[in-house]
Design a protein around this ligand. Structure first.
Ligand code: ROI
Length: 169
């Protein structure tokens, strides 16, 4: 199996979001045939969608993996379940959301999985941490990440330190 790079968007806004994000980074590094190569900063962001829910903590992970996209998706969904994820309502609060954003420069469209992630081009809480990891990223549709970011208002995003980090990095 070939070695691929995959980028995962992490989000949480209930039941101790920081802790869910930190645990998720550790769990991603322990997935079979997978290593977490890079962690972005953590960001606090206003909810996109229904506004009557807590702010989110968002981040992005860069994985090196020998899993296929669908095998990786299975693993991500299992992790979400382990974090007690319950989908109460569409675009409602969640304990842990793990979105497969990009898989190499592939474009996939299957009933279970669309890559690149369908909404990532419009979401500052995805693009800002992703651009931290890959500043010169070009998406499979040819758009550069800095061009996409230039079209977005990202003023609601606030870089935050991970819980338990005492000194700024
Ligand atoms: N809004 C923010 N800020 N961050 C998220 O991770 C997030 N995830 C979602 C919805 C509910 C669309 N809004 C979000 O799934």
């Amino acid at each position: 199996m070939t070695l691929s790079l995959a980028w995962i968007g992490l989000g949480s806004n209930i039941d101790g979001p920081h802790e869910h994000i930190e645990r998720a980074f550790r769990a991603l590094d322990q997935l079979p045939l997978t290593r977490c190569q890079q962690q972005s900063s953590r960001y606090r962001s206003r909810p996109v969608g229904p506004a009557d829910q807590p702010d989110f903590v968002n981040a992005v992970a860069q994985l090196e993996t020998r899993l296929s996209p669908l095998a990786l998706l299975d693993q991500l969904q299992a992790l979400e379940q382990q974090h007690g994820r319950v989908r109460q309502r569409h675009w409602g609060p969640r304990t842990l959301d793990l979105d497969l954003l990009l898989f190499d420069d592939r474009q996939l469209s299957t009933p279970r999985l669309t890559v690149p992630h369908a909404h990532m081009h419009q979401r500052g809480f995805v693009l800002i941490p992703l651009a931290e990891l890959v500043p010169d990223l070009r998406l499979p549709n040819g758009k550069r990440i800095d061009e996409l970011l230039a079209t977005l208002d990202t003023s609601d995003l606030q870089r935050v330190l991970p819980k338990n980090t005492l000194t700024p990095q």
